[in-house]
Write a protein that binds this ligand. Structure first.
Ligand SMILES: CC(C)(COP(=O)(O)OP(=O)(O)OC[C@H]1O[C@@H](n2cnc3c(N)ncnc32)[C@H](O)[C@@H]1OP(=O)(O)O)[C@@H](O)C(=O)NCCC(=O)NCCS
Length: 180
């Protein structure tokens, strides 16, 4: 599994690709959350710092608007892959040090977070094409392989191998299956 995220696209190319991934609907909260994330990453490339300052202010305002209005907390520090889809909104919390690989789907009520209070920097790493069911929670320094289904409301506490489906609390692999 390769967790490196391809960032060869320009900011506007990324926005266009994300727009298409979200069904070409600019009103979708998921698209808006991803677009603000891309903006947050892009603005860090702007030099000098004086020029970046107003962009950072705008980013922080937009981040709060998305978080408070749609319930999607997706900090720019998340290593976010291409064509990631946030389907629906509400109760979505993504740890700032998480990795989400290309073509993953994140749904309402999903948390990617640290497991222990005294290990605040631990965060999950999702491979490519991970299909995260509604309400699923993934905690700690765990690695999810490529082509994985995480069942709705699962609580994932351990690594999940590629090409598998995990369900339940704590989540257990039930069978080998490819994401369709
Ligand atoms: C996990 C999931 C992807 C199904 O995977 P699958 O490989 O097709 O699995 P199956 O449906 O054949 O179920 C296999 C077993 O897992 C169980 N199972 C399926 N989903 C489960 C879940 N979320 N939690 C607990 N058990 C689950 C089934 O009851 C079945 O158990 P059994 O063998 O004892 O009868 C699917 O059930 C799921 O949770 N998808 C998320 C969908 C979602 O979030 N939709 C929101 C749209 S807004």
């Amino acid at each position: 599994m390769d967790n490196t995220v391809d960032t060869e696209l320009s900011f506007w190319e990324q926005i266009e690709e994300d727009f298409r991934s979200h069904g070409c609907d600019w009103t979708l909260p998921g698209f808006r959350a991803v677009a603000v994330h891309r903006f947050g990453v892009w603005r860090m490339t702007v030099q000098p710092k004086l020029l970046r300052a107003p962009l950072s202010l705008l980013y922080r305002m937009l981040f709060r608007k998305i978080r408070n209005g749609y319930g999607i907390e997706l900090p720019y520090t998340v290593n976010l892959g291409r064509r990631v889809v946030i389907e629906h909104q509400g109760g979505i919390v993504i740890h700032g040090y998480s990795t989400i690989g290309d073509d993953c789907i994140i749904r309402q009520g999903v948390t990617l977070g640290n497991r222990y209070l005294n290990r605040p920097l631990d965060a999950p790493k999702l491979g490519k094409r991970v299909n995260v069911g509604a309400g699923a929670k993934i905690f700690g320094d765990v690695t999810i392989g490529d082509d994985v289904n995480i069942g709705a409301n699962a609580v994932v506490l351990n690594d999940i191998p590629s090409e598998s489906t995990a369900v339940g609390i704590p989540a257990k692999v039930i069978q080998k299956s490819l994401v369709n």
